[in-house]
Design a protein around this ligand. Sequence first.
Ligand SMILES: *Cc1c(COP(=O)(O)O)cnc(C)c1O
Length: 406
Amino acid sequence: MQSFKVSEKMESSNLFEKEQRYFFHTYKRLSLDIERGEGCYLIDKSGKRYLDFFGGLAVNALGYNHPKVNEAIQSQVQKYIHLSNYYVQEPQVKLAERLIQVSGYKRLFFSNSGTEAIEGAFKLAKKWGKSKGKTELFGLSNSFHGRTMGALSLTERPKYREGYEPFLQGVSHLEFNDVDALRKNVNEKTLGVVLEVIQGEGGINVITQEYADELRSLQKKFGFLIIADEIQSGIGRTGKFFGFEHFRLHPDIVVVAKALGGGLPLGAFLGKEKVEEVFTYGVHGTTFGGNPVACAAGRVVLDEILKNDLMRAASGIGDAIKSGAQQLQKEFPGVIREIRGFGCMIGIELTVDGQPVVDEMQRRGVLINCTNTNVLRLLPPYIIQPEHCDILLHELREVLSTLEKK
Ligand SMILES: *Cc1c(COP(=O)(O)O)cnc(C)c1O
């Protein structure tokens, strides 16, 4: 064996160089070397502070270094980190009870990630439809449901799919918000429609009430399943526990992840009465899913959201950002095309490439994301304050005014 030495500290330049050398090049990393996080700020190794509207891509609902999350994790680590799903585990049961209570769903399954939860929901739907002759599943255009082959079959964005063909049989795609396409394509053989009511990666695209209503009435007629991917929009992010509550939609199956585990990997899918008896012992499972440490953290996430009325807070944040952004749109009508979303999930569509804006904002100490090339995406923790929104809007104004001049 080769002898090796790993030094305690690594210079930033070294870190980036090694990252390039050792990893498959799947991630274009930000040019940041973060030391730690505190509330809604990240602090890099030089001590520079960044206000975080990126939020760990919709994971860090309570921000960083939350004392109660940390306490729950430490306390569970000292009891046990893993037992396996052969055991009943108190942290799992407690989180399950809370999730069932707040969601009104009947049963759930815990996974490690979003894409695995989608796979599980997919399997649940398939088994449900088998005896009924329902086999055709629809995803929507511009959707994102994850990277594993089932989830990728449902995902529509070419960027994620190219080169991975063939995909699962029985899955096809309908145009987002196209009521006619929906009417023309669903029938008795339809197993289900899978959708993000507010598309995340796709650029914060929101379904219309008309589309939601049509989906419901067609479901009444044909009896297919509505499956909501709330991995990004769920757990209170949009000001309601699930995004679909904005549209009076009642999906049969809902999928969550991202914010659920307080930063630890955790996902879940939940089902209504209609599907509660579909799974029997052994037909689905996971080694790590529902990890007790992650579940203990998840319980704190839900308790904090509910106790501190963070959904209402998220809603207020969204209103503040949107009205500020609308003001900016008046000032820069040539740059801002549209503002969309709810709560802590806001998209600002530009007429120009968003990456230079993101880079300049970062230089000014504010982290935002850009998706679908020209949509600035804001996914702040729900604990962000009005003064933070003011900072965001102030810096954005500065950056946009330099763009306008160019
Ligand atoms: C992030 C995301 C996924 C995938 O979740 P992973 O945990 O990355 O597997 C699926 N659907 C939506 C809407 C997402 O935002």
